[in-house]
Design a protein around this ligand. Sequence first.
Ligand SMILES: Cc1cc2nc3c(=O)[nH]c(=O)nc-3n(C[C@H](O)[C@H](O)[C@H](O)COP(=O)(O)OP(=O)(O)OC[C@H]3O[C@@H](n4cnc5c(N)ncnc54)[C@H](O)[C@@H]3O)c2cc1C
Length: 204
Amino acid sequence: MNKYDVAIIGGGPAGLSAAFIIASASKHLEEAMNRNIIIIDAGHSDALKAKFHNVSGLPFGIEGKEALELTKSKLENFPNIKFVEGNVKHISEDKDYVIEYRDFEDKNKEFVVSDNLVLATGFRRWNIKGLDVPLKEFERSENPTRVSIENTDFKVRDNLYVCGLLSGVSSQWDIVAGSGSQVGVHIISKWAGSWKVVHDKNEV
Ligand SMILES: Cc1cc2nc3c(=O)[nH]c(=O)nc-3n(C[C@H](O)[C@H](O)[C@H](O)COP(=O)(O)OP(=O)(O)OC[C@H]3O[C@@H](n4cnc5c(N)ncnc54)[C@H](O)[C@@H]3O)c2cc1C
């Protein structure tokens, strides 16, 4: 079984942002070097239904599909992130997290192991078996079927994080992406033993 430092379940704006912060820290922080991240994504982000006119970092009027592709295109700059198209079915928690997913490419049942787990699966349903999570109703919507996971500053418990809509934040690209970035900051700061942020300098 392949072993990762961080497994992110869900590759919408929240999960991608968490991955970018962690992966970019490898250039700055010794403790973040040689860390591997996997994102497993089932490919039905809410963003696919949107057309964005109000997101600061996206071109005005961009279709959701294009916005996600543009964001995902940055993955090629981060060799320490592996992006897999698949559906996570079961997660067991012992010393590490053991994640079972159906790989969309080879159609097989696959397993990976990770020290840290980030849940970023959106608010439509919770359908992953095995993992004990404090589910609750999503409060910032009139739709009573939406779900979230109780957390304190995006931490559920040691080594378990939640971001994006599943963390209970409002449904706006910038906000969910920000929550993912905060999770990234939590993880690199835990490795470093003190608060860290990743700031690249323009050397011009
Ligand atoms: C019609 C519409 C219009 C919108 N318009 C705007 C707008 O104008 N401006 C704005 O800022 N926001 C807008 N939004 C909101 C924005 O798209 C969402 O807030 C954002 O996509 C949520 O990000 P997320 O990463 O939390 O969840 P998502 O983007 O939903 O991503 C979750 C990902 O997790 C994956 N996943 C779920 N379960 C599993 C599993 N078991 N295994 C593997 N992967 C899994 C899903 O496939 C998905 O890719 C709109 C949303 C909709 C629906």
